[in-house]
Design a protein. Structure first.
Length: 407
């Protein structure tokens, strides 16, 4: 492992270590670190490295590591100008377990670390709702590679009003586009229409509830009957929902979960009871190592990295170090890239602050990325032009086969 990467295997251990080595927390006002380092700048990354979503989180962590290795070694990276003088990175890693409370505690530690200039995270929308305001109060800019809750970048909502002014950005499109893409595909390609019934289930958290609500609303607007249900992510016995779906002979199930293992269990239980309808999951269930029930559909903010030519060198490195990728973590590479570029731009004169890094990240324009498309940021924090969700169908061998490209 390169010295530029510091690994914290548990959120509690990492937070304790950081808290013991830094000054007291910033006040509630927006503040900048006292003496950040432009020779070896400190940033942080996080993900659910343990828990139900560990497969997705570890993929994110590993793509962040691949990025950092290439960046610090000065290797060519798509979208990084040759003329950019790179600031090398020291990266702190935090396991937030896809848990809002852990994210909030992590945010306090990050805010308090006066060496820290920026943060890649949080992974989950509920984590950003809990930890984002804390980061903002400390002046910490943060960029997510997976949080898609639409309100996070909508200034007319409480979430968006708190995180406005460039504190939160993401390299993936938001759930307004995901819901519309999924419903349009079900209607146009899977023949779900007036008179049909779709069971729409959320997992009682900040990512899935608004996504499920919007999917249900769009279906009802198309005169599709909706059976709206909810089951907490921690509850993995889907017997009640399965019995209901079978008894009502629903034509499709839309499971707005961000836990791929739950999607696997639910879809398996449905099939075991003879359910023949459609099963559709959002980007949170996109994990080719975990969710493998044949015939299921998934919408994803990422293409298959195996099909993106400019990503090939980095994919080969990833496989050599970590084995196969499930694709979920690929945007994290680009989120890290936007932070590294903005930080290097801010360090051009040898001096830097969190506020300056926040402004410069907003100016980053990547002409190409390993996502196979350019990435830049709108004023809202959403990616410019990055509104595409792709649709995949799981084959009989568990493979993910793209059936509609989002970009």
């Amino acid at each position: 492992m390169r010295k530029a990467i510091i690994v914290a295997v548990s959120a509690v251990t990492a937070i304790a270590a950081v808290a013991a080595s830094v000054a007291t927390a910033d006040s509630s006002r927006v503040a900048s670190p006292a003496a950040p380092n432009c020779r070896l700048a400190t940033i942080a990354t996080s993900g659910p490295y343990t828990g139900q979503a560990a497969s997705a989180g570890l993929d994110q962590r590993n793509w962040a590591r691949v990025f950092t290795t290439n960046w610090n070694a000065g290797r060519a990276i798509p979208g990084v100008p040759r003329t950019l003088k790179r600031t090398k990175l020291k990266v702190l890693e935090f396991d937030t377990q896809l848990n809002a409370q852990v994210a909030a505690t992590t945010a306090v530690a990050l805010r308090s670390n006066r060496d820290l200039l920026a943060f890649n995270g949080f992974s989950g929308s509920q984590e950003n709702v809990a930890g984002g305001p804390i980061l903002r109060r400390g002046g910490v800019p943060f960029v997510s590679g997976s949080a898609t809750r639409a309100s996070l970048t909508d200034p007319s909502t409480p979430d968006g009003s708190v995180l406005r002014n460039g504190f939160f950005r993401r390299v993936v499109p938001n759930d307004n586009f995901q819901a519309r893409t999924g419903v349009a595909f079900m209607r146009q390609q899977l023949d779900i229409g007036a008179g049909d019934t779709v069971m729409v289930i959320d997992q009682a958290e900040a990512y899935s509830v608004p996504l499920a609500n919007l999917v249900a609303s769009l279906l009802r607007a198309a005169n599709v009957e909706v059976d709206r249900q909810s089951q907490p992510a921690a509850q993995t016995d889907f017997t009640s929902l399965v019995n209901r779906a079978v008894a009502q002979r629903v034509d499709a199930v839309y499971f707005a979960s961000q836990v791929a293992s739950n999607a696997q269990l639910f879809a398996q239980q449905l099939r075991s009871r003879g359910y023949q309808g459609l099963f559709f999951g959002p980007d949170g269930t996109y994990d080719s190592n975990t969710f493998k029930v044949p015939g299921s559909y998934i919408s994803s903010f990422s293409l298959d990295v195996n099909d993106i030519p400019v990503a090939r060198p980095f994919l080969n490195q990833f496989k050599a170090r970590f084995g196969d990728t499930n694709n979920f973590g690929v945007p994290t590479f680009v989120a890290m890239q936007s932070i590294a570029m903005g930080l290097s731009m801010a360090c051009a004169d040898g001096r830097v602050s969190r506020a300056e890094v926040r402004r410069e990240i907003g100016k980053v324009k990547m002409s190409n990325t390993i996502l196979g498309k350019p990435v830049a940021f709108a004023k809202s924090g959403d990616p410019v032009g990055g509104v595409g969700f792709s649709i995949f169908r799981i084959g009989n061998d568990g493979s993910y086969n793209i059936v509609q490209r989002g970009y």
